[in-house]
Design a protein around this ligand. Structure first.
Ligand code: DOR
Ligand code: ZN
Ligand code: ZN
Length: 424
């Protein structure tokens, strides 16, 4: 396959040229290339590596009615996400070798795109043979109980990099007590319960552990600019589109549909987060795609589950930011393709270069759309971005050298996706 007439985007810049693909791999990038077989004319449009989304909740198994590998990976393809790393807080959880094997088996049967799975932390991992996973995921907010320091120290002794959800459960629990008599329709109570201090406290502990043990620790979905002061040479950090593009004003108006953990923050705080992103202090933008049932999202502040489905729209939302001058396309490729691939050792992904998998997205930076969750491929057909007008869209998606999505049509089936880490 030859993809002609591209404006090829990498973190270091944009260059005009062609991309020659043999089988599943890119073999040459340059001008005036000749090749046999299918020719795709990009018509001078921007071509970027497929997004590597390192933070996705798929839900399959007991919560498959919320999302499964087919629906999540379809949303991914349509949204320009060609690789995802799944989080292990499934029901049941993926926190042992046995469960990981079962999960991989399900994923390779059903996923349209290539994937990896973060292994959920449990004390038993220490007894397990060393396996190849992107990281071990630690949830500080609920699953690990109150003894935050000792859980992190135990996890820190494991021979794996860590990925951490940073919200100090002790602070959250104290605030839940205070909030007991609150108005259940006042969604700002959610932000009060999960106050900024809960995040900064947990970030301080997790980043401190990284430094003490010289272990790589990836800090998920940071929302508070002052969390960043704790970062060091062993930490990397991530932000989400919703924490960048929404605020607690949206939480107030959209209620359960904008309820997420950590919560949406006040506008001044969002402004501070943007400053950090623009200053290059943030490594990754990831979706934290966290689908739930539309009925339960309509519940009150205490009952509505937390999480926002983003796979269908994350890249278009960020392209709109580019069109409005907020970031450059090179920044998008750095934070959404190259860095996640590097941080989690994702083989063959995130770069347009010889030897890499031909996972490519041709962009249409002119096209204007309006976010309409009824058209999502995710099963979660709601969004706090509903009605938002955006400019910038995914035109064509190529998966390992095959045109997989073009003009709304899929040309790839469940089961095309592969597990990306060494076989178990
Ligand atoms: O809002 C959230 N939802 N935050 C998380 O960390 C977990 C996620 C989920 O799994 O629903
Ligand atoms: Zn989380
Ligand atoms: Zn998450």
């Amino acid at each position: 396959m030859l993809i002609r007439n591209c404006r090829i985007v990498g973190s270091q810049g944009v260059r005009e040229g062609d991309i020659l693909v043999e089988g599943e791999k890119i073999v040459e990038v340059g001008r005036g290339l000749k090749g046999e077989g299918e020719v795709v004319d990009a018509g001078g449009r921007f071509v970027m590596p497929g997004v590597v989304d390192c933070h996705v909740h798929v839900r399959d198994w007991d919560e498959a009615e919320k999302e499964d590998f087919v629906s999540a990976s379809s949303a991914a393809v349509a949204g320009g996400v060609t690789t995802f790393l799944e989080m292990p807080n499934t029901k049941p959880a993926v926190d042992s070798l046995d469960m990981l094997k079962k999960r991989v088996k399900l994923g390779v049967e059903k996923s349209l795109v290539d994937f990896g799975i973060h292994l959920g932390y449990s004390p038993e991992i220490a007894e397990m043979q060393r396996i190849d996973v992107p990281s071990v995921k630690v949830y500080l907010d609920s699953l690990t109980g109150d003894d935050v320091e000792s859980v992190l120290e135990d996890a820190g002794r494991l021979p794996y990099p860590l990925t951490v959800h940073c919200e100090d459960p002790r602070i959250i629990r104290r605030n839940i007590e205070f909030a007991r008599d609150s108005d259940p329709e006042d969604f700002l109570v959610h932000a009060d319960i999960r106050e900024k201090l809960a995040e900064t406290s947990a970030v301080k502990i997790a980043a401190g552990l990284a430094k003490k043990t010289c272990k790589n620790v990836h800090l998920c979905h940071l929302t508070v600019p002052s969390s960043l002061r704790y970062l060091n040479n062993y930490t990397t950090c991530e932000v989400t589109p919703h924490h960048l593009l929404l605020s607690d004003v949206d939480l107030q108006s959209q209620k359960g549909f904008a309820k997420t953990n950590p919560p949406l923050r006040p506008r001044l705080n969002v402004h501070g987060l943007w400053k950090a992103v623009k200053a290059g202090r943030v490594d990754v933008i990831a979706s934290d795609h966290a689908p739930h049932g539309i009925e339960e999202k309509g519940g009150d502040v205490f009952s509505a589950p937390s999480g926002i489905p983003n796979l269908d729209v994350m890249l278009p939302l960020m392209l709109d930011v580019v069109n409005r001058g907020g970031l450059a396309l090179t920044d998008i490729v750095r934070m959404m393709c190259e860095n996640p691939s590097r941080i989690f050792n994702v083989p063959g992904k995130g770069f347009i270069q010889p030897g890499a998998d031909a996972d490519l997205v041709i962009l249409d930076m002119e096209r204007e759309t309006e976010v309409d969750p009824k058209q999502f491929y995710s099963k979660a057909k709601y969004s706090p971005f509903t009605g938002r007008k955006i400019q910038g869209a995914v035109d064509t998606v190529i998966l390992r050298g095959r045109v997989a999505f073009s003009e709304g049509d899929f040309n790839v089936r469940p089961g095309f996706g592969r597990y990306l880490y060494r076989q178990l």
